[in-house]
Design a protein around this ligand. Structure first.
Ligand SMILES: Cc1cc2nc3c(=O)[nH]c(=O)nc-3n(C[C@H](O)[C@H](O)[C@H](O)COP(=O)(O)O)c2cc1C
Length: 150
C-alpha cells in the first residue's frame, strides 16, 4: 500500500493545523497509509512513496529541523529520486520556506515535486482548512495514480 509521510514543524500551531487537515484529506483516498509526525530520521524517508513537508517561514527561511533533516539525508546519500514531494506552511508576509523545500526536493533529491506549495497566512480559517484537505487529497490521488500507471 502506498505510504505518505506528512512531516511538519510548527512553533505556534498554525502549520500544525494545516498538517492535520492535509492528513485528513489524504486519508480520504482509499488504499493509502498516512503518517503524520513532527520527527523523522533521514533513513526512514525512503520507506515512503510521498513526502509532504510542512514548515512555517521564520526569518525568511525554513525551520532548522527541516533544513537539518535534508542536510543529513544528503550527507547519507539517501535516495528519494522519483518520489512524490510537496510542501506547505503558514507564513506572515513573505512565505519563502515551502518554496525553498520544493527546490531542494526537485534539485537535490530529484523528487517529483510539481504541485505548487500551499501557503496560508497565519492561522488557517475554515476555507484555509478546506484548501489543506483538498491539497492532501490531491497529492494522495497523484501518488495512487502514478503507482498504477508505472
Ligand atoms: C520571529 C518571527 C519571524 C518571522 N519571520 C517571518 C518571515 O521572514 N516571513 C514570513 O512570511 N513570516 C514570518 N513570520 C510569521 C510566521 O511565519 C507566522 O507567524 C506563522 O503563522 C508561524 O507558523 P507556526 O504557527 O506554524 O509556527 C515570523 C514570525 C516570527 C515570530
Amino acid at each position: 500500500m502506498p505510504k505518505i509521510l506528512i512531516l511538519y514543524y510548527s512553533r505556534t500551531g498554525n502549520t500544525e493545523k494545516m498538517a492535520k487537515a492535509i492528513s485528513e484529506g489524504a486519508k480520504t483516498v482509499q488504499d493509502t497509509m498516512v503518517e503524520l509526525t513532527y520527527h523523522a530520521t533521514p533513513e526512514t524517508l525512503n520507506t515512503f512513496d510521498a513526502i509532504i513537508v510542512g514548515t512555517p517561514t521564520y526569518h525568511h527561511d525554513m525551520t532548522a529541523d527541516v533544513k537539518r533533516l535534508f542536510e543529513e539525508a544528503a550527507a547519507k546519500n539517501v535516495s528519494l529520486k522519483g518520489k512524490v514531494g510537496a510542501a506547505f506552511g503558514s507564513y506572515g508576509w513573505s512565505g519563502e520556506a515551502p518554496k525553498l523545500v520544493l527546490e531542494i526536493m526537485k534539485n537535490r533529491f530529484e523528487m517529483d515535486a510539481s504541485e505548487p506549495p500551499l501557503l496560508i497566512r497565519y492561522t488557517p480559517d475554515q476555507s484555509g482548512l478546506e484548501q489543506c484537505m483538498a491539497f492532501g487529497k490531491r497529492i494522495a490521488e497523484k501518488l495512487v495514480r502514478g503507482l498504477t500507471v508505472n
